[in-house]
Design a protein. Structure first.
Length: 278
């Protein structure tokens, strides 16, 4: 089986001043960012809509092989809670289709209080069918992390992201279905502000490579952006993956030590609870 491609990037494309020298050349932050990374996650769409023309402009600013992940608006996920949201979903999908073939993922992050229910599935199907791209769900209620829910999402072709910090057993591994795996790394506590140490990134690179060895396109998005560490960690992880892929046997699954992810048990409380950045 051919090894899947990796996409490493950050949440947003702002270039902190301390890393400006690593993004040489002229152009906007996005244009310079896209010369170094092949993917980015748009989080601003969670707070406010962007015009289709804005998405078109962003798509025209990046190379042909660059991909965007776009976060679903909170009006759909947190206010309507995936119910009676056809009008909002139609508007959102019409806007993001301005990205054309640069649209790679629709990220659906759910509020911590939203338990799994089959009544939520039609909204996910609608996003999947209308967007024509990968739907990656980030649930934050314990009821989503069960074999039954995983099988349900897999049957729909909807992925469940791997998140750090993990909110429960299995939350640090991709679940659901589809041909794409998605890791979303918010930072070790304190989230958003902390730097990942090299040993932690090595472990995440092994986890990503295991997904790639299954032929899956594998995204790793660094969301520890508050102090600028996401850029630094993304470069380091990119180097690790490039090195690993160069010597990898695509038919060999590499062992991952779950304890090495954080050397602690999954958190019992939810550090991301109703935090609009998350």
């Amino acid at each position: 089986m051919a090894i899947g491609i990796s996409r490493v990037g950050t949440a947003g494309w702002t270039i902190p001043s301390q890393y400006a020298s690593q993004f040489p050349g002229k152009g906007t932050h996005l244009e310079r960012y896209a010369r170094r990374f092949n993917a980015v996650e748009i989080n601003s769409s969670f707070y406010r809509p962007h015009r289709r023309a804005t998405y078109q402009r962003w798509a025209a600013s990046v190379p042909p092989d660059f991909q965007f992940s776009v976060k679903t608006p909170k009006a759909i996920t947190h206010e309507r809670r995936l119910a009676d949201c056809d009008d909002l979903a139609n508007r959102f999908i019409d806007e993001v289709q301005g990205l054309g073939d640069r649209l790679g993922v629709i990220l659906v992050q759910l509020p911590p209080s939203l338990a799994f229910s089959k009544e939520l599935l039609p909204a996910l199907r609608r996003l999947r069918d209308q967007s024509g791209t990968s739907i990656q769900c980030e649930p934050r209620h314990a009821s989503w992390f069960t074999p039954h829910v995983d099988a349900t999402l897999a049957e729909m072709g909807v992925g469940r992201i791997a998140a750090d910090p993990p909110l429960g057993p299995g939350a640090d591994r991709p679940g659901g279905g589809g041909s794409l795996a998605y890791f979303r790394l918010h930072g070790a506590p304190p989230i958003y502000w902390s730097r990942y140490e090299h040993a932690a990134l090595e472990t995440w690179s092994v986890a990503a490579l295991n997904e790639m060895s299954k032929g899956r396109e594998t995204w790793v998005i660094l969301d520890n952006t508050a102090a600028g560490f996401a850029i630094e960690n993304a470069f380091e992880l990119q180097t690790l993956l490039d090195s690993d892929v160069g010597g990898a046997d695509p038919d060999e699954e590499r062992p991952v030590n779950p304890a090495s992810y954080r050397e602690r048990a999954p958190i019992a409380c939810d550090p991301l609870r109703d935090n609009p950045r998350a």
